[in-house]
Write a protein that binds this ligand. Structure first.
Ligand code: PRX
Length: 635
């Protein structure tokens, strides 16, 4: 019997040791006992980080939707699979049972087929957090189409870049979305995006806000009549373990977004196993992750991980501040939520509103609290622990990435003693390493370095869509034979890990990964801008905010700087989305550069953080004089 459900610390260490000593045997047992395979594997694992090539459960055949839906029907058919809580608290929640989910996914899958979508085709999903989002993801997986979900807060330019990068044939969207008191015209954004996407010949539109929208003849169709007419029976496509399941884009420090490719068998096994343990999920629990399915957290821990365990997973359409800042707690009380998983930025925003809105609701159903997406600061950790968890619901600070597919470092609740700001111990099967700048592994405890992983785990992304070289360069070339995460971390005296933040030019704003290069590209499109550099600085709620240093062209005309500031943020909104707007914009005559012309972001970062006591030696710069000028005018 494999240790599918870990219950005490000694057991953790014992299972961990086994997973490291005999990884193949360990994962084989987990895979064998807890999932439904059409055919078993010929080989558990083959890997070579130098290529890089990683294969789990090679030769096995399965369909992930049979694991997430079909196999639960005989025992949990009437149990709620997805509990949809709408944006407006006066609209009733919708309980979608496993039986209903089966029917709805099959019908949707048949609609996709009727539109010519087949195994291996890419389908872009640009939907708000409504049931159709989870259902369309599963419908793609049912027929072996590769879903590429794009977060519905991205702009039309960001959407078209992603559609074109992976040659999507179809887009699934809605007439609009609700976000708090606002409505957003999603279909209009899709129409704009598709001006640049010649490969898309079909757009399926879900009705959500009941608005009149233009439908393009021959391309756009309402989903409902198609679903009404579709058959409830859609046999699952038999997939190989290493067939792609989905593409999900994440920002890189340079260049265009990276389409991370996740495959089927290993991703299923790892997300299901981590879900069960990290949330200590039990049969009648009501689990709620507040992320959007547009991010990896939603893929792995709203859809696949929970459903593979036959869980009830809450999907919330709205925002934490609507109709007031008590909304999260009202939902916890209303649905008797047992596990609650959110991001530090949300915790900080809620903490700022005081405890009255928390105390107004009965939160006694809560057993486990989770945090993800960025480091959780000590103050936010204590606020969460004291006021939401009432000091008896352990906080699982889960460190992981789009690329890792599943949780990598995290306490196991009621098993691992927690420590504020520490993600604590590696999850089963995960072998972290801290490296120094010269490429040497730092052994022992009380060390700080760059976080790598030495051995493959089942849900590691296998490549970047259409760009395997970039996959190799980004993750496998910094340190030989290791996956490099881009994060810094320290290991304390008992071996607990604390993530210290990115060591590259990715900035995490409100839990969203933003690369500086695409933001600078957007700024530089402004006709008055000659050059720009973007860095992060600490922000009370967002964790980090963006600070832009901008050189304007000398056009001879005088322009109102405030107008230029607004226009720059407008350009960023159009190119990327409102999440990437700059909080501070400083106009400057120059940017500090090395003699080879590289912008010294380290100096700019320190100035933005108001930490100018130790700027290092600036005399070797090409233009040392600009440093003082920038300091004098810093915001
Ligand atoms: O810097 C780390 C931070 O978020 C990055 C990954 O972002 P993304 O791919 O969008 O995935 C987010 C959700 C899994 C990481 O490289 N990060 C994520 N979780 C934590 C974290 N930093 C500190 N503590 C965490 N718990």
């Amino acid at each position: 019997m494999s240790n599918y459900h870990i219950k005490h610390l000694e057991e953790y260490y014992q299972v961990y040791r086994k997973s490291i000593r005999e990884p193949e045997n360990f994962w084989e047992e987990v895979a064998e006992e807890h999932f439904m395979w059409r055919k078993k594997w010929d080989n558990v694992l083959s890997w070579d980080f130098s290529k890089p090539e990683i294969k789990w459960f090679e030769g096995a055949q399965l369909n992930i939707t049979e694991n997430c839906i079909d196999r639960h029907l005989s025992t949990r058919g009437e149990k709620t699979a997805i509990l949809f809580e709408p944006n407006n608290p006066d609209e009733p929640a919708e309980h979608i049972s496993y039986n209903q989910l089966y029917t709805r996914v099959n019908k949707f899958a048949n609609v996709l087929k009727s539109k010519g979508i087949k195994k291996g085709d890419r389908v872009c999903i640009y939907l708000p957090m409504i049931p159709e989002l989870a259902i369309s993801v599963l419908a793609c997986a049912r027929i072996g189409a590769i879903h590429s979900v794009v977060f519905a807060g991205f702009s039309s330019t960001a959407l078209s870049t992603r559609i074109n990068d992976s040659d999507c044939k179809m887009v699934i969207t809605s007439d609009g979305s609700y976000r708090g008191a606002k409505t957003i015209d999603l279909k209009g954004i899709v129409d704009d995006a598709l001006e640049d996407c010649l490969g898309v010949n079909s757009v399926l539109v879900a009705k959500r806000i009941q608005s009149e929208i233009p439908m393009k003849e021959g391309r756009d169709e309402w989903l409902k009549p198609l679903l009404d007419d579709a058959s409830e029976d859609c046999p699952a496509e038999i997939m190989n373990s290493e067939d792609p399941l989905f593409i999900l884009y994440t920002s890189g420090s340079t260049g265009k977004p990276k389409g991370m490719v996740h495959t089927t068998g290993g991703y299923m096994v790892y997300t299901a196993y981590t879900f069960k343990n990290v949330f200590q999920y039990r049969e009648n629990d009501i689990y709620w992750c507040t992320a959007d399915i547009g991010w990896i957290t939603g893929h792995s821990y709203i859809v696949y991980g929970p459903l593979a365990n036959g869980a009830t997973t809450v999907m919330f359409e709205g925002v934490p501040s609507y109709p007031d800042f008590g909304r999260f707690w009202q939902i916890v009380e209303k649905h008797q939520v047992t596990q609650f998983y959110t991001a530090p930025t949300a915790i900080r925003a809620l903490a700022k509103e005081g405890v009255d809105l928390v105390e107004k609701y009965n939160l006694s159903s809560l057993k486990v609290l989770g945090s993800v997406g960025e480091p959780i600061n000590e103050e936010a950790w204590h606020w969460y622990n004291d006021n939401v968890g009432k000091k008896h619901s352990p906080i699982v600070d889960t460190w992981w990435q789009t690329e890792t597919g599943g949780i990598m470092i995290s306490p196991i609740p009621f098993v691992t003693p927690t420590k504020p700001t520490y993600a604590t111990l590696p999850f089963i099967g995960i072998q972290p390493a801290l490296m120094d700048e010269s490429g040497k592994e730092l052994k022992g405890n009380q060390v700080e370095g760059r976080l790598c992983v030495k051995f493959p785990w089942p849900s590691i992304a296998r490549t970047i869509w259409n760009n395997h070289e970039r996959y190799k360069d980004t993750y496998f070339s910094a340190y030989e034979n290791k996956y490099f995460t881009g994060d810094g971390a320290l290991r304390d005296e008992v071996g607990y890990y604390r993530i210290t933040g990115r060591v590259d030019d990715v900035i995490i704003v409100s839990g969203h990964n933003l690369g500086t290069a695409p933001i600078e590209d957007a700024i530089n499109e402004h006709p008055a801008v000659s050059e720009s550099a973007v860095v992060g600085f600490p922000h009370d709620i967002k964790g980090n905010a963006l600070y832009g240093y901008i050189i304007l062209k000398d056009t001879g005309e005088s322009r109102d700087q405030n107008n230029v500031r607004n226009e720059i943020n407008q350009m960023i909104t159009e190119h990327i989305g409102p999440i990437a707007k700059l909080d501070k914009i400083q106009f400057t005559v120059g940017l500090p550069k090395t003699r080879s012309g590289k912008i010294m972001r380290r100096i700019l970062r320190k100035i933005a953080c108001k930490d100018i006591s130790n700027l290092g030696d600036t005399s070797t710069l090409l233009n040392p004089e600009v440093v003082q000028e920038i300091i004098d005018n810093a915001l």
